[in-house]
Design a protein around this ligand. Structure first.
Ligand code: KG4
Ligand code: ZN
Length: 332
């Protein structure tokens, strides 16, 4: 079946067409209108500006997604849309747009949870992947382990108790003067530094699978500010490498514990931070130690996109999920 899908939970307006059926998971088009340049002026996402930018982009990218896929609305069998979690004003743009399209054209509408969507990016990259497995979603808003029992049933077994990993990358990146959002630039910088140069506090919470990133974030920012106050040289590469290594080691230790606890031999990583080359390498090694197979999306499917929403929407549709005109968005 052909699925038209929408995503507008944060600062990317996205529309995709996927062809999904038994034995086929194919992206026909995957269009993203990024607002990064707009929010870079403020060093973070401004919700009101995000909503307005979504409204301006959504119609244009829908035409583009259909055109690139070589289909029209008549070919679409189902519409999937992210209805949470995210910024409420931002979410409502795609939810209302998808509702209008679905009911005007008599096409079934399926709501999709954004986090489940991130996990589903892996179904598009690894067409043989099937639940059950262990998943770690690491993004700008979330850092959680899930027991993925089936395509539609995800149980959160641990999470961050404060900041998300991506938030930590972005806030430290901002203090270091890296381009917004800081994650990608930090990844490149970390490759050039000594990862054992500076010791920072681990975000791994003892005797639990949970994380706490706020202490690490504050420690790195304090380290930078102290150096600046003393007019000492900032070894930015070493800071990036040591901070990244602290995150990677913490995640590795929890991945090992989570694999032991769940007994799974498949481990899936997803979300914007799963694009991090050091994290991918570290978790790959950790999985090898436990005899588990490691999966992560291709880099273009790690961040927010609509193809992942289409993929998850397909499995929600098979389960019988349908929305009517009362469909609303939920922020958390
Ligand atoms: O999944 P995503 O696009 O949006 C949310 O749902 O939050 O994730 C965005 C986050 C940002 O914090 C960004 O800095 C981070 O993913 N990110 C990275 C990398 N690429 C993107 N973090 C670390 N290393 C990267 N290579
Ligand atoms: Zn996301």
């Amino acid at each position: 079946m052909y699925i038209l899908s929408f995503e507008s939970s944060c600062d990317e307006t996205a529309c995709a067409v996927c062809e999904m059926c038994d034995g086929k998971r194919e992206i026909k088009s995957n269009i993203i209108a990024s607002q990064v340049d707009i929010h870079a002026l403020y060093g973070g996402v401004v919700p009101e500006i995000a909503s307005r930018a979504h409204i301006e982009a959504i119609s244009r990218i829908t035409y583009e997604a259909l055109d690139v896929a070589g289909v029209t609305l008549k070919d679409i069998d189902m519409i999937a849309v992210t209805n949470g979690p995210g910024l409420i004003g931002a979410l409502l743009v795609a939810v209302n747009f998808a509702k209008s399209l679905a009911f005007a054209n008599n096409i079934p509408l399926v709501p999709v949870d954004h986090i489940k969507g991130h996990v589903a990016a892996n179904y598009l990259t690894h067409t043989e992947l099937e639940p059950p497995f262990l998943a770690l979603v690491v993004s700008g808003g979330h850092t959680s382990f899930f027991d993925v029992k089936s395509y539609t049933e995800l149980e959160e077994i641990a999470s961050t108790r404060d900041d998300a990993a991506g938030e930590c990358f972005d806030k430290i990146g901002r203090v270091m003067g890296l381009p917004y959002p800081g994650g990608h630039a930090m990844d490149i910088l970390a490759s050039k530094g000594n990862k054992k140069a500076i010791t920072f506090p681990s975000p791994a919470i003892k005797d639990s699978l949970d994380f706490s990133f706020s202490g690490l974030k504050t420690a790195v920012i304090n380290y930078i500010n102290t150096k600046r106050q003393k007019n000492e040289e900032l070894a930015v590469e070493d800071i990036a490498a040591s901070f990244t290594d602290t995150v990677v080691e913490a995640v590795r230790s929890k991945v090992g514990d989570a694999l032991k606890r769940t007994g799974y031999n498949k481990m899936v990583m997803a979300g914007g931070v799963s694009a991090n080359s050091h994290l991918r390498a570290g978790v790959t090694e950790e999985c090898k130690k436990f005899g588990a197979k490691f999966y992560a999306p291709t880099l273009n499917l790690c961040g927010d996109n609509a193809a992942m929403i289409g993929a998850q929407g397909y499995y929600e549709y098979l389960k019988g999920e349908r929305a009517d005109e009362s469909l609303n968005a939920y922020p958390s």
